[in-house]
Write a protein that binds this ligand. Sequence first.
Ligand code: FES
Ligand SMILES: [Fe+2]
Length: 442
Amino acid sequence: MFHIADLVQPDKGLINPSIYTDPEIYQAELANVFARSWLFLAHDSQLPKKGSFLQTYMAEDPVLVVRQRDGSVKAFLNQCRHRGMRICRADEGVAKAFTCSYHGWAYNIAGELVNVPMEDRAYHNEIDKSQWGPRQVPRIHNYKGFYFGTWDDDAPSFEEYLGDMAWYFDAMADRYDDGLELVPGATKWVIDANWKFAAEQFASDMYHVPISHSSGFVALFEDPEIRALAAGALAAPGRQFSGNGHGSGSGLRPDLVPDPAGPDFDAFLIERREEIYRRLGEQRALAVYGHNTVFPNFSWLATNNTMRVWHPRGPGRIEVWSWAYLPKNAPEEAKRASRLNTVRTFSPAGVFETDDGKNWTEVQQVLRGHIARQTSFNAQMGLGHEERDLDGMPGRTAGDMFTEMAGRGMYQRWADLMSGLSWQEIAELDKRRREQEEAKQS
Ligand code: FES
Ligand SMILES: [Fe+2]
């Protein structure tokens, strides 16, 4: 048995590392965190036609996401109701129906069982096919082209779930008039670390950048001027946001350019400057351009145009699915520059990705130790220096990018869910916490 309140104390900035290793806690996470939260399923651009489908996961549960004839999107468990085989084994494609490769039960794109081999001879025409479709994901929400789903009927609406994070999400999703597209195909790899290390880092951790990625900066930026620029960006002030378990943070940039993707992308940004400022406002366009996590496991880095889901695979393993995202209808050279930047930096062999993965797997190794697993971690950076609505940035904010406020926020939401609180109770608790914080600030 474990007691969440003893393991995670966000108000004190304390974490017991068994939350990264304990198999019992992991199983509880699948039930209390992943099966109750909104999880990223797909982007519009991945499902271009009627019958377009892809398979993905909601935590460990395989699901099929399918574009319907009326343009809507459905998702259902990729599990045949006969003996549980995957209904579809292809990663993606366009289908009129899905036929299970084990005994041949067939389902339409809405996930209804439509054909059973030898229905008369083997089943004596007694099977009620309407009862044997795969489990449907009951709630799906399209947020600006990003489809999220949840199994939980009691979860708040997606907008409520995002809360103030919407403002930060929009800095990515709403940046261009024509929207975004994902480069076809996900890059997938497995690392031996707990999913929370990755989700937390993308929510909250700029602190590792100058240290962990110093060799990457040297390797990537031969030009001393560009290297100085990167150093300047880290020395500049920054901001962080935390709310509902989500996190976002950036250094404050003086201008949209230079972009890490280089001159061809700069040319595109200069051309679109007015458009971006009109859509987001200049302050947001410049201030929200960094790391982000939508709780629990959807993250992106605006500086490198990479987006990913940290699919949990046991307490000590993550299956990373990452995509490069691009401004739709950008010139080919700009898209190419952006893609190359993503591949060079955040892909399985990217100079920064490998630094991050190595850190997480090393920590996971240390936690094989019995004593190490019980020795608490310090997550106190910036504790007590939170502010609200700093410079018009909505929600709980901090006046520097070097803080662990969003990490603590993520663990708070995690602990609330893991403690078995209802969504209603969590909302009330959050309200009280906010009032206390506001009272302290005024
Ligand atoms: S498991 Fe799918 S038809 Fe038997
Ligand atoms: Fe990193």
